[in-house]
Ligand binder design. Structure first.
Ligand code: MN3
Length: 230
C-alpha cells in the first residue's frame, strides 16, 4: 500500500475515533425505569391506550428532551434529578419542564398499582387525621386541589421542610421540590391532571378521573415514601 493511502486510512480511522468519543460524551444519562405493571393493568380505572401513550410518548418525550436540553447546555454529565430540581432557577425552561416531567411521571407510575387493598401505614393515617381532621376530609381537599388546578398541572401530598403534611398543586410540570415552588416539600403522592392523563376515557370530566385514579393509588408505596421522608 502506498504511503499516502496508508495515511488517508489512518486519518479516516482517527476521524471515526474522535466522532465515537464525541457521541459517547454527548449521550446524556436519564432513562425511563420500566413501567411496574402492564399498560392494561389499571383497567378500568385508567385505560390501556392512555397508559401506553402516556408512558411511551409523553414521559419518554420528557426524558429525551431533558437529555437534549442538558447536552445543549454542556451539562450532560449531571445525573442527579433532585439536585437539578433543587436548583431549577439556574437552568432554562427546557430543563425545568422536562426535568419536572421526568421526576413527576416516575413518581406517578410508582404510586399507582393494580393491587387491591393497599393500606395507609398507621403513622401516615395518624398524621393525616391530625393534619386534615380525618381521611375523608383529606381526600376531599386533595381532590379539590386537583380539580381546581387551572389548565395542566399536578396535585400533591407533600412533607414540608418543617415535617408537616400539606396538599398543594403546581402548574405545568413544576413540582414542590423546585427551588422556587410557592409551597415547598417532598412529594409522597402526586396526581397528573394534564388532559393527556385522562381525556381518552373521561374527556372533560376531570372529577370522574380523579375519583377513578384514587382507587388505584398504592397506599403501601405512599406510606413507604412518607416513612423515608419523615
Ligand atoms: Mn402526564
Amino acid at each position: 500500500m502506498p504511503q499516502s493511502k496508508k495515511i488517508k486510512k489512518m486519518k479516516t480511522l482517527l476521524k471515526f475515533m474522535v466522532l465515537a468519543l464525541f457521541v459517547n460524551t454527548a449521550t446524556a444519562q436519564f432513562t425511563q425505569e420500566p413501567l411496574p405493571y402492564a399498560y392494561d393493568a389499571l383497567e378500568p380505572n385508567i385505560d390501556a391506550q392512555t397508559m401506553e401513550i402516556h408512558f411511551t410518548k409523553h414521559h419518554a418525550g420528557y426524558v429525551k428532551k431533558l437529555n437534549a436540553a442538558l447536552i445543549a447546555l454542556g451539562k450532560e454529565n449531571e445525573t442527579d434529578i433532585l439536585a437539578i430540581l433543587n436548583n431549577i432557577t439556574s437552568y432554562n425552561t427546557a430543563v425545568r419542564n422536562n426535568a419536572g416531567g421526568h421526576y413527576n411521571h416516575t413518581l406517578f407510575w410508582n404510586i399507582l398499582t393494580p393491587e387491591k387493598g393497599t393500606q395507609l401505614s398507621a403513622a401516615l393515617a395518624a398524621d393525616i387525621n391530625a393534619t386534615f381532621g380525618d381521611y375523608d376530609t383529606f381526600k376531599a381537599e386533595f381532590v379539590k386541589a386537583a380539580a381546581t388546578r387551572f389548565g395542566s398541572g399536578w396535585a400533591w401530598l407533600i412533607v414540608t421542610p418543617d415535617n408537616k403534611l400539606a396538599i398543594t398543586s403546581t402548574p405545568n410540570q413544576d413540582n414542590p421540590l423546585m427551588s422556587d415552588a410557592p409551597v415547598k416539600g417532598t412529594p409522597i403522592l402526586g396526581i397528573d391532571v394534564w388532559e393527556h392523563a385522562y381525556y381518552l376515557k373521561f374527556q372533560n370530566k376531570r372529577g370522574d378521573y380523579l375519583q377513578s385514579v384514587w382507587e388505584v393509588i398504592n397506599w403501601n408505596q405512599v406510606s413507604a415514601l412518607y416513612a423515608k421522608t419523615k
